[in-house]
Write a protein that binds this ligand. Structure first.
Ligand code: TEU
Length: 523
């Protein structure tokens, strides 16, 4: 075992709305993605995770799907998907589709039927009650139960009221979804990213049941594996907000046949209280010890590694220094992430060191989560805008800056100067650094497979660890401060990244040497 392709892979996420706009309507599209495949080859990534492009009312930027087997005219046609698959495969890059199986749009024909009548055969494809059976909140504000005037009953929506939760206890729902996944696989796709998959089983009696992890989660995942995933050489990654290390291990342990890996949220939850609109300071020891716990705790399971995606603010603004040390801190965040064990994900623009949008006014925001929270919060206006600048999902949804042109777009550009054009041939760029890290994972087995050991766990400025595999030890040392630091760790191996001597502000170093001892400080 152990040799599945995704164990040595790096995945690049495209959020198509803001990646590349081929027809100048202000919204990115599939032809735009096809036109930029050389950027992916140039980076050296192995797979593309493509966020939803299916027909959708776009209430939640496509995560409200009204037809799983089509393409929204905003983004193109099925022919474009076929051409994208061909273009990717010609470059040796696989395609991972984003599938939202927990809920559909309220415009999906299944829900249209379901809501039409209490006797409709699809009534029990969704959750209907004559009174709300609990007081679950919607994660996008307000209650999770919406009264539907047509039949006078309430339906469940964990997210917006236009996103109705499917009832997975109904075998017909599970069969329809598995059949749809097979249809895409037969078209040539190589894997799935499964949106909030940990929520497909719910315990209605539990006041926290809206967070998922219900009694049938593992049973449903194992069935999905049998019905859609098994024997196809796929990669599956489940999005699992609030998963514990143990839950992540259960979902990703190969012999359990559920998923290949999951997106944990612990490391992106440490800088706030229960909600992201309630920030708390984050110390380096807390962050690196969380990573270490996941490295060690997954056992047979497998980690995904990410800083950025379409839901998170930009890492360089959040965990780095997006001012004076932007380039160095973007590189160091990348070094640390990519040298962990697991499959790294790079979100469009992260490879440039893009920073948060920096929008000034509420009229600049587009995301319903941000707009709902803004409307409902009674904090003072200036505070609300400051929190949006820090935590809004729109921070990472600004157009990909291919060059200096600023074509009209559905959302404003980040207050930023980085471009692909400027970095492409600059050997000191953040982009060049990502290229180097991705190549390292392909060339050095210890990067993908090595055992992990955290060093200096309590150091407030240095993030250091080793990766050891078949007699090779990699020592990773990163300075997470704006001062020069002598980490007091050996720097005598073969330098793979960085330079020897004390580490400058936000500098990182990777060295390779023969594994002589478990403790490099004593080697
Ligand atoms: O996100 C699930 C999720 O947990 C989000 O609520 C996330 O925590 C939040 O956006 C952080 O602010 C997935 C998708 O990635 C997201 O884009 C969708 O809006 C959501 O599911 C509903 O489909």
């Amino acid at each position: 075992m152990e040799q599945e392709w995704w164990r040595t892979a790096v995945v690049y996420q495209v959020w198509p709305r803001s990646f590349a706009d081929s027809d100048g309507d202000g919204v990115g599209d599939l032809r735009g993605v096809i036109g930029k495949l050389d950027h992916l080859s140039d980076l050296g990534v192995d797979a593309l995770w493509l966020s939803p492009f299916y027909p959708s009312p776009q209430v939640d930027a496509g995560y409200d799907i009204s037809d799983y087997q089509g393409v929204d005219p905003l983004f193109g046609t099925l022919q474009d998907v076929d051409d994208l698959i061909a273009g990717l495969h010609a470059r040796g890059i696989r395609l991972v589709l984003d599938m939202v199986l927990n809920h559909t749009s309220d415009r999906h024909p299944w829900f249209v039927e379901s809501r039409s009548d209490t006797d409709n055969p699809k009534r029990d494809w969704y959750f209907w009650f004559d009174e709300p059976p609990n007081s679950w909140p919607s994660l996008f504000g307000g209650d999770a139960w919406e009264l539907d005037g047509r039949t006078g009953e309430y339906y469940l929506h964990t997210f917006a009221k236009e996103q109705a939760d499917l009832d997975w206890r109904n075998p017909k729902v599970r069969q329809a979804l598995a059949q749809m996944l097979r249809w895409w696989l037969d078209r040539g796709v190589d894997g799935f990213r499964l949106d909030v998959i940990s929520m497909i089983s719910k315990d209605i009696e539990n006041p926290w049941g809206f967070l998922g992890f219900g009694p049938q989660l593992h049973e449903f995942l194992q069935e999905l594996h049998r019905e859609a995933f098994a024997g196809r050489g796929l990669m599956t990654v489940g999005e699992t907000p609030m998963a514990s290390v143990e839950q992540a291990r259960l979902m990703s342990a190969p012999d359990r046949r559920e998923l290949d890996m999951v997106f944990g949220f612990e490391h992106v939850s440490l800088d706030h209280n229960l909600t992201k609109w309630d920030p708390v300071p984050l110390s380096l020891p807390t962050l690196k010890q969380s990573f270490a716990r996941w490295q060690e705790g997954l056992g047979d399971g497998w980690n995904s590694l990410y800083w950025d995606n379409h839901d998170q603010p930009r890492a360089v603004s959040r965990f780095g220094d997006d001012g004076e040390h932007r380039v160095a801190s973007a590189k160091t965040l990348a070094t640390v992430l990519h040298l962990h064990r697991g499959t790294p994900f790079v979100y469009q623009g992260e490879e440039l060191g893009m920073k948060n949008a920096g929008f000034a006014g509420i009229e600049d925001y587009r995301d319903l989560e941000s707009l709902n929270w803004y409307r409902e919060s009674d904090l003072p206006e200036a505070e609300k805008l400051a929190l949006l600048r820090r935590a809004s999902r729109d921070n990472a949804r600004t157009p990909m800056p291919w060059d200096d042109s600023r074509a009209a777009s559905w959302i404003g550009y980040a207050d930023d100067t980085v471009t692909v054009a400027a970095q492409r041939s600059d050997p000191d760029s953040v982009l060049a650094h990502y290229r180097k890290l991705i190549a390292l994972r392909h060339e050095i087995p210890a990067v993908a497979h090595g055992d992990f050991a955290l060093l200096l766990p309590d150091d407030e400025r240095i993030w250091a660890f080793t990766r050891t595999y078949e007699g090779v030890e990699l020592l990773v040392v990163a300075n997470f401060s704006s001062y020069e630091v002598d980490p007091g760790l050996p720097d005598d191996g073969e330098l793979l990244i960085g330079s020897s001597g004390p580490l400058r502000a936000w500098e990182s170093r990777v060295t390779r040497r023969a594994a002589r001892s478990r403790d490099p400080a004593r080697a």
